[in-house]
Write a protein that binds this ligand. Structure first.
Ligand code: ATP
Length: 308
């Protein structure tokens, strides 16, 4: 009989909780964009990382059988170094990161981490080893603490705060009325693109992955925000094997290696200085971005220019 007296509003709370969890799960699955055809090999073993050297060896790939996206892509990222990929929209940059995360399998060639073909290791261990800072971070409808801790379930508050400090978002969080307990996401506080990216950086710092993929936001940032992101990137990339999908060349001048992709082929590779000296596609992209920046700065200084 006692069940009859359960207050209806309690059921309402449970209903809302379930709905909320479902929404979070949905977002998570769409975030993972998981391809169901990718399964662990029967005898899959956990990935063993040492320095986490990444080797793409003669990789061909297409999402559909009649359209090849990557052609004979061949490069190595030495353990603990940063490689940046640049190229026009649609050239295949993000596809490289999706393949490394094994959302899809290559059609030819292989991807190895510390000598292990990623098709032979468990997906769980592979994804554990890789931290992604995406262009657009999905926030869960929960506290900011939960959203940062998502990188490492069960993390202590002190570790979360340390990660937030390194990602330069701690002061912002402290300035909120409820601090780390502030609800964020669609039904809570809306964060700007830059703030969301900092949450993602904090999440990644907490996860401590051996490999980092940084998918730079395409949207234009002012010089100040760009410098801040650059220093954060340096912070998280230190001693990690890092792949940067770059849109602003100024953020990657220090990369050990820059790959220029065009229609899914690597057409140039080298350091910033080497590529400028080669005076090819990279050098012309660089000149173009400098001109753009000069024009933007002139416009910012004298907005009336637009009217003339
Ligand atoms: P951007 O700089 O605009 O982010 P990108 O260089 O990262 O572009 P990719 O996202 O790697 O480009 O896409 C490369 C090509 O693959 C594009 O022509 C795109 O249309 C195609 N493509 C990407 N994702 C899929 C998919 N899920 N199914 C089919 N084709 C896809």
């Amino acid at each position: 009989m006692i069940q009859l007296y359960i207050p209806l509003n309690f059921l309402g709370v449970i209903y809302r909780e379930i709905k909320q969890s479902m929404a979070d799960m949905e977002r998570l699955f769409s975030l993972l964009e998981q391809n169901k055809e990718i399964a662990d090999a029967e005898n899959a073993t956990p990935l063993q990382t040492r320095g986490a050297e990444i080797a793409f060896s003669h990789v061909d790939f297409g999402y559909e059988s009649n359209r090849q996206i990557l052609h004979d892509v061949d490069f190595t990222i030495a353990a603990g170094t940063t490689t940046a990929v640049v190229g026009h929209s649609g050239s295949g940059k993000s596809t490289l990161s999706r393949l490394l995360f094994r959302f899809y399998d290559v059609n030819a060639g292989s991807i190895m981490i510390d000598g292990q073909d990623i098709r032979t290791v468990s997906q769980q261990s592979l994804r554990q080893a890789i931290g992604i800072v995406p262009q657009d971070t999905v926030l869960f409808n929960d506290t900011i603490e939960y959203n940062i801790a998502y990188g490492r379930p069960g993390a202590q508050r002190s570790d979360i705060v340390a990660a937030a400090k390194s990602a330069y978002i701690h002061d912002f969080i402290e300035s909120l009325p409820n601090g780390y307990d502030t609800m964020v996401g669609e039904r809570g506080l809306k964060l700007s693109g830059g703030e969301k990216q900092r949450v993602a950086i904090a999440r990644t710092l907490l996860k401590q992955p051996a490999i980092l993929i940084f998918d730079e936001a395409t949207s234009a940032l002012d010089t100040h925000a760009e410098q801040a992101i650059q220093s954060q990137l340096k912070e998280i990339a230190r001693d990690r094997t890092t792949l940067v999908i770059a849109h602003r060349l100024s953020t990657i001048v220090d990369a050990a290696q820059i790959l220029v992709l065009e229609h899914g082929r690597i057409i140039e590779r080298g350091t910033h200085v080497q590529l400028l000296a080669a005076n090819g596609t990279y050098a012309s992209m660089w000149r173009h971005q400098i001109q753009q920046r000069v024009a933007e700065e002139a416009l910012a200084a004298e907005p009336d220019l637009l009217d003339t």
